[in-house]
Design a protein around this ligand. Structure first.
Ligand code: ZN
Length: 530
């Protein structure tokens, strides 16, 4: 490590006084949360691995970076200077280069003055020195481009500037030139903050349950809840904005719901109870809704997903087996109901789309857990395969690298199982968490999976500590309820909806690591959900 004191630069440009920076003198242990994975009596016996799903199991390399600060490069990365200096006026905002966790936010009077360190999902670390003000604390999760500080000249510094240092591996002390590091991640220095729009996350089918939410084509969230008197909905009146009043829609009372987007962006809603199966759809993208139309016979649960070519496909469980039907053209008409060759009776169903576009369906009842999958994009289906023993509820998600991950609840808590490669699954691993809970999951803006669980007495959540990485510990999320679902706002903030027999409440991220309190939508309880 080259931790020697750097020399005050003799170079002056643009008549600004320049600075040399003194690196931290004390090595502070990296504090990174690691999950404890307990393998134990699982929900399931190991299932036979299947071939071909995700594209890769490699960890994502790099990330989409954001400009750290406006200013000019007053000093580069040299043997005597372990970072770059970006010089501008006092109080110039400083932004996180990438998503990550703040591991240090502190004060070092002899060196950096006020400084911050952020660990990123790809294992690299960025460090920001000499600040006038810090806006984040150790343990905070931040997003690329989030303001973290104001530029100053504290510590060993002769004028206002940001000293930006990049660790390839903070544990082994290997650092690198920030300029090519940023260029590899899409930011060329000097840079203009806010000029590097982030890629839109991969979208997946919404899950099913008594409460579901999805984004309209224009980015506004819409939520549907199945009350004892039928289905009700409410919607954001502006993107990322406030909510409408609840509107009753009728439809099957006490139903299970599923919602998915047509190829043209029109949302379509499906509702089933023991007697009736109906659907309705937006008449135009982000527009009003059709009336209810018959879709089939009654059953236990449904799931909807979009084929690679955009055709919706629906699976429904009933007392005998699982059936499916599908659009015969994008946005078009529907096939008749077809058998799937069995499947768990009266099961809870969820489906996901692999990164290559093939759909995969998982079905769980009290006795068995099975799955089946498309053998080609837009193609036919495998036979049902064993996946585990019975349980209470399930939810699915993707890792950032495409590997599917499945979560199931039972009397002993939550268990999960994930692809270790495109062809192999881990065994079931015990997770802890609420017993016999309803489950939902959602990916954070940076690709980390977050799981939410609710039962009659408690709501809890748990999240990956880094992209494609293990999980931390369950943390309290609220009181008990009857159902839960999570979705993402257009700006990436997760929003969670919970239900109880009194109504529907929600809670949303106000930042990368901060949440609102629970509230009724638009201060109105809406439908009670049993
Ligand atoms: Zn410096």
């Amino acid at each position: 490590m080259s931790l020697g004191l750097s020399r005050l630069s003799q170079i002056s440009r643009l008549s600004r006084r320049l600075t040399a920076c003194v690196p931290r003198r004390a090595v502070v242990a990296l504090i990174a949360a690691t999950a404890v994975l307990v393998t134990g009596p699982a929900v399931a016996a190991p299932a036979k691995a299947r071939a071909a799903t995700a594209q890769t199991s490699d960890r994502a390399a790099g990330f989409a970076a954001a400009c750290p600060a406006t200013g000019f490069i007053s000093q580069g990365y040299t043997p005597g200077h372990n970072g770059i200096d970006v010089a501008a006026d006092y109080g110039t905002p400083i932004y996180a280069v990438g998503d990550g966790e703040v591991t240090i936010s502190g004060y070092d009077p002899g060196g950096y003055g006020q400084w911050i360190r952020i660990l990123h999902p790809d294992g690299t670390t960025t460090e920001y020195g000499h600040m006038y003000q810090r806006d984040v604390q150790a343990g905070d999760r931040v997003t690329a481009g989030q303001q973290i500080a104001l530029m100053g000249s504290e510590g060993q510094s002769s004028g206002p500037h940001l000293h930006l240092r990049v660790w390839v591996n903070v544990g082994t002390g290997v650092h690198t030139d920030p300029i090519p590091y940023l260029a590899d991640r899409g930011v060329n220095m000097p840079c203009t903050p806010g000029s590097d729009p982030r890629p839109v996350p991969l979208e997946h089918p919404a899950e099913s349950g008594r409460v579901v939410s999805a984004r309209s084509a224009d980015g506004r969230l819409e939520v549907f809840a199945a009350g004892v008197d039928g289905v009700h909905h409410a919607w954001q009146e502006s993107v990322n904005g406030a909510w409408s009043d609840w509107e009753p829609l009728g439809g099957p009372p006490g139903s299970e719901l599923a919602i998915g987007p047509n190829a043209d962006g029109r949302l379509e809603l499906f509702a089933i109870n023991g007697d009736v199966f109906q659907h309705r759809y937006q008449l135009q993208p982000s527009g009003g809704w059709s009336g209810w139309e018959s879709f089939g016979r009654g059953g236990r649960d449904i799931a909807v997903g979009a084929n690679g070519d955009g055709r919706l496909e629906v699976f429904a469980s009933g007392p005998d087996a699982v059936l499916h039907r599908y659009q015969t053209a994008p946005n078009g008409g529907w096939s008749g109901w077809e058998a799937t060759g069995g499947g768990p009776a009266n099961s809870r169903i969820e489906m996901e789309k692999a990164p290559d576009g093939r759909l995969e369906v998982f079905a769980l009842n009290g006795d068995t857990f099975q799955h089946l999958y498309q053998t080609a994009v837009n193609g036919g289906w495998s036979s049902w395969q064993p996946f585990g023993t019975g349980g209470h509820d399930l939810t699915l998600d993707h890792n950032q690298d495409g590997r599917l991950e499945v979560f199931a609840s039972g009397p002993e808590g939550v268990f999960h199982r994930y692809q270790t490669s495109p062809a192999d699954w881990s065994g079931w691993e015990e997770f802890g968490g609420p017993a016999d809970s309803q489950l939902t999951s959602q990916r954070a803006a940076d690709g980390r999976i977050e799981v939410f669980a609710i039962n009659g007495t408690t709501a809890q959540h748990i999240w990956q500590t880094a992209v494609n990485a293990p999980y931390g510990a369950w943390e309290p999320f609220g009181d008990g309820g009857t159902e839960i679902t999570a979705t993402a706002n257009a700006d990436g903030r997760i929003e969670v909806f919970g239900t109880n027999p009194t109504g529907v409440y929600h809670r949303w991220q106000t930042g990368f690591s901060t949440w609102s309190t629970w509230a009724w939508l638009n201060n109105t309880p809406g439908p009670g959900v049993n």
